[in-house]
Write a protein that binds this ligand. Structure first.
Ligand SMILES: Nc1ncnc2c1ncn2[C@@H]1O[C@H](COP(=O)(O)OP(=O)(O)OP(=O)(O)O)[C@@H](O)[C@H]1O
Ligand SMILES: [Mg+2]
Length: 231
């Protein structure tokens, strides 16, 4: 589903380049929940942003759902990104839009007709258990509820892949459990391939099918996760 082939990304001025992602090759099969773990500054977020080409690689190829994203122009890329959802540690909801408004906005931008927008908003708010909050504003929600709204918003575009950058790092352990359950349901019910950056091994052990370790811009190992714990 996702194939990175010798992908590199560096930042900074020409005389002081910093290699954040160093020739990473990684293959993630459809339907997997793939964890990426590593120390702060290892390049995890950059690697995730390379998967939907929010960061353009300096070299290498990024192939998602059989499409080479590195060869696409900006317009084609925007369209291809609709099949790749993303959620973040700090939720990134729009504060002056209601819960419902947050979910329909990307659909408006994608040109989805109004009736279909409202149908999908209702479907995915029910899925994350927050239909009763449709008219509330993000400031009125708890952290866990905000992340559920962000998940519903990502799902409304019917993505094939969901990229998650530390989605539970701002949440307590009980709330974290609930969000991990939602992500597992997303994977099982809709067959969405999930890639999750985390610094917590217990998150990996809870839901991931595979895990890669990142160190200093390099992927040092990738392994299946055998045992799933419940805590
Ligand atoms: N836009 C940017 N401009 C300059 N440097 C950047 C940029 N994005 C990332 N970096 C640098 O690249 C390195 C990797 O950053 P990245 O955010 O990918 O790490 P991370 O593993 O996600 O860390 P954390 O666990 O703290 O989130 C860091 O040294 C960071 O300072
Ligand atoms: Mg990060």
């Amino acid at each position: 589903m996702i194939s990175l082939q010798q992908v590199s990304k560096s930042f900074g001025p020409p005389n002081n380049r910093f290699l954040a992602v160093d020739s990473v090759t990684l293959s993630i099969e459809e339907g997997n929940i793939h964890g990426i773990i590593g120390a702060s500054g290892a390049g995890k977020s950059t690697l995730l942003r390379l998967m939907n080409v929010l960061e353009r690689p300096d070299s290498g190829r990024v192939i998602v759902d059989k499409r080479d994203l590195t060869g696409l122009g900006n317009r084609q890329l925007r369209e291809a990104r609709r099949s790749i959802g993303m959620i973040f540690q700090h939720f990134n909801l729009i504060s002056n839009r209601t819960v419902g408004g947050n979910i329909v906005l990307p659909l408006e931008l994608a040109g989805v007709p109004k009736k279909e927008r409202l149908n999908r908003m209702e479907e995915y708010l029910h899925f994350v258990g927050l239909w009763d909050k449709v008219d509330q504003y993000p400031a009125q929600l708890s952290g866990g509820q905000k992340q559920r709204v962000a998940i519903a918003r990502a799902l409304a575009n019917r993505p094939r892949v969901l990229l998650c950058d530390e989605p539970t790092s701002a949440l307590d352990s009980v709330t974290t459990s609930g969000i991990l359950d939602v992500l597992r349901h997303v994977n099982e019910r809709f067959g969405v391939t999930v890639v999750m950056v985390t610094h917590e091994m217990n998150v990996v052990n809870r839901i991931c099918s595979h895990v890669s370790v990142m160190d200093n811009g390099q992927l040092t190992e990738t392994n299946p996760v055998e045992v799933h714990t419940n805590d």
